[in-house]
Design a protein around this ligand. Structure first.
Ligand SMILES: C[S@@+](CC[C@H](N)C(=O)[O-])C[C@H]1O[C@@H](n2cnc3c(N)ncnc32)[C@H](O)[C@@H]1O
Ligand code: SF4
Length: 393
């Protein structure tokens, strides 16, 4: 067994369609009049077979994630067939986590049993807000009552259910957000992803904010909301295990941990990304973004890989630090030494000492991690932690 075969492998499957495009969203999602599900099923199968043969390395999958777009619009038979293919081409490990993103409309909640029967064992619901005024501002198609009903249905069908909420919305006060978050906690969920609204290039919100409309609160209020979120979630027994992700003990999302630990994953579907450890660095794969171009390329070539990048050691160090420091556990120093060589070659130890003295970093059980103050200023800190000119390691 090579070193690579010991690294966990995950599979991401991108479903690129939604009922409507939300004004804040820059994900690769499209509104289509007609979708040829049979063509999609065959193309997923072919691209999966290609990826397994070239990059799977004989490893079974520890996680499969249907992301989007809106995967809850997929027919359950397509989910079931795609999972059978994943088992055939890669193999599913005995305790595989199989997640799907879902929108909380009633028609999609009606599909939950079909998704469970297909093999999905974890659902993540894009609730976004428990307030109708918040949902209206975000341009969502569902109401707060729909969201609550979908959460109840999700909890009936799945032992593991998570919700996404977006906070730091225009006109939201700190007290509003605290009340909304406490109501969400009353629903008894064991995992929540809590995102601050970000204005992404190319979105309707971006155009509106460039025209001068205020869509997010001041940085100071957003930081206060972040700290209040941390306090409330920690107090409720769902501390942050990553900047925006909170879970009860044992309920972390294995798939997302693969990303943050810079482990290996393969992506299939339009605009899906994969990253794999390779000798000397890290391989990046990206498929064609447009659903039509992706289908054509897979039918012609067996895959739609459009971009292949090979990161050198320096870029791999940066990825491991940048992703790993988002985690509450931080990065394991000795494992990083084993992977990247002498510590001074991948970490600016003077900068680390300065940030430890400033109470923004700490070393806890051999892991370098950001304190709460450090997490608020992570990007600037990371730039300082990477050595300028790493000596050969
Ligand atoms: C792929 S998207 C959504 C999945 C599903 N289609 C939905 O809308 O419920 C994953 C999550 O990213 C978050 N998200 C997307 N754009 C965002 C933005 N601009 N700011 C903050 N969170 C965002 C939302 O919480 C969303 O549920
Ligand atoms: S937030 Fe979800 S439903 Fe809205 S456009 Fe993005 S992926 Fe589609």
């Amino acid at each position: 067994m090579t070193a690579a075969t010991e690294t966990p492998l995950a599979l991401y499957i991108h479903w690129p369609f939604c009922r409507a495009k939300c004004p804040y969203c820059d994900f690769n999602s499209h509104v289509a009049q007609e979708i040829d599900h049979t063509r999609f099923a065959a193309a997923y199968r072919r691209e999966m077979a290609h990826m397994a043969a070239h990059y799977g390395d004989g490893r079974k999958l520890v996680s499969v994630f249907f992301g989007g777009g809106t995967p809850s619009l997929m027919p359950p038979s397509l989910v079931a067939g795609t999972l059978e293919d994943a088992d055939r081409y890669f193999g599913l490990s005995s305790d595989v986590e199989i997640s799907a993103e879902a929108n909380p409309t009633s028609s999609e909640a009606a599909m939950f049993e079909g998704f469970r029967a297909a093999g999905v064992n974890r659902i993540t619901l894009g609730v976004q807000s428990l307030r109708d005024v918040g949902l209206g501002f975000l341009g969502r198609e569902h109401s707060a009552a729909d969201a609550r009903a979908a959460i109840t249905a999700a909890r009936r069908s799945f032992s593991r259910a998570s919700i996404d909420l977006i906070y730091a919305r225009r006109d939201q006060t700190l007290a509003d957000w605290e009340a909304e978050l406490n109501e969400a906690l009353d629903l008894g969920l064991t995992h929540m992803s809590l995102y601050q609204l970000t204005i992404e290039q190319g979105t309707i919100f971006h155009t509106r904010s460039r025209r001068g409309e205020r869509l997010v609160p001041t940085d100071d209020l957003a930081a206060e909301m972040y700290e209040a979120t941390d306090d409330i979630m920690t107090g409720a027994g769902l501390p942050a295990y990553e900047i925006s992700n909170h879970a009860a003990t044992g309920e972390t999302c294995r798939h997302n941990l693969v990303y943050w630990r810079a482990q290996d994953w393969i992506g299939i579907g339009p605009g899906a990304h994969g990253r794999l450890n390779a000798p000397g660095g890290r391989l990046g794969l990206a498929t064609r973004r447009s659903p039509a171009a992706w289908l054509d390329a897979v039918e012609a070539n067996g895959h739609a890989i459009d971009i292949v990048t090979e990161d050198d050691r320096e870029a791999s160090v940066a990825e491991s630090l940048m992703m790993g420091m988002r985690l509450a556990d931080g990065v394991p120093l000795v494992a990083m030494d084993t992977r990247f060589g002498p510590r001074a070659s991948w970490l600016d130890e003077d900068a680390m000492a300065r940030y430890i003295a400033a109470d923004m970093l700490e070393i806890d059980r051999g892991n370098l991690r950001a304190t709460r103050a450090g997490r608020l200023l992570l990007d600037g800190m990371l730039a300082d932690l990477l050595p300028d000119h790493p000596p050969a390691g």
